[in-house]
Ligand binder design. Structure first.
Ligand code: ADE
Length: 235
């Protein structure tokens, strides 16, 4: 998967790209990441990429000519047209199903804004808009990292144990619900033990207990997931 990120702050990605699964995916050529500095497409002596809003008002608005030029340069760098994703609080909420769709793309372009927002015409040049959640970030960079991390885990052969991305919370294969509770050693911790079934050695009972726990937990904590995916956590 080839990705490109349009950003005014490429340095924010340095440690992220050089750590853990993302690092390994890059080293093994499963993931390519190109950082396109938006400032290079800015105008004038200060390489401005924003301007005052027509009609007045406070704040600045990102210019469409600079943003689209950066998007096109970024696509050139990764070998062609990509699925273009604008990161904005006005986008569709990012969830596992979106990660699954995006991770299946050959090329992905993530466009990070800063300041007050994008000129509306930028939206005519993207394929989808994605929000990390119902809160406002200063820019899209943290959202871009979240999307890349969620997508990379879904690429074939990136996680050591392929089963783990299928069984974890929200995965479609698991029914879109929350995962069952997990335990490891010690068998007793500050007076709290481990459910007897998990040390019973009875795999059918363990599987049934886990399904039941996942269903209960999803209903208690995220009833919205149950409504969206009837049958969550049930086999
Ligand atoms: N940029 C600013 N806020 C954002 C959000 N919630 N999601 C994605 N990009 C953003």
């Amino acid at each position: 998967m080839q990705t490109a990120i349009v950003t005014l702050f490429p340095e924010l990605f340095a440690v992220f790209l050089d750590t853990s699964f993302v690092k390994r995916a890059r080293e093994t050529n499963r993931l390519g990441v190109h950082l396109e500095q938006l400032r290079e497409h800015g105008l004038g002596r200060h390489r401005s990429v924003d301007d005052t809003p027509y009609g007045g008002g406070s704040g600045m608005v990102m210019r469409p000519d600079c943003v689209v030029a950066a998007m096109e340069a970024a696509e050139c760098a990764i070998g062609g047209r990509a699925v273009r994703v604008l990161l904005t609080p006005q986008g569709e909420p990012f969830r596992q199903s979106v990660a699954e769709e995006l991770s299946a793309q050959e090329r992905l372009l993530l466009v990070c804004g800063r300041y007050e927002g994008f000129d509306e015409r930028v939206r005519l040049f993207v394929d989808r808009e994605v929000s990390l959640g119902d809160f406002v970030l200063t820019g899209g960079e943290v959202a871009a990292m979240a999307i890349i991390e969620a997508c990379v885990r879904l690429l074939p052969d990136v996680l050591g144990n392929a089963v783990s991305s299928v069984e974890e919370s929200f995965s479609a294969a698991w029914g879109g619900g929350l995962e069952y509770p997990q335990f490891t050693r010690p068998p007793e911790f500050r007076g709290h033990g481990v459910p007897e079934v998990l040390v019973s050695g009875n795999h059918a009972r363990i599987a049934a207990w886990r399904r039941e726990q996942a269903t209960e937990r999803t209903a208690a904590r995220r009833p919205d997931l149950e409504r969206r995916n009837p049958g969550v956590g049930r086999s």
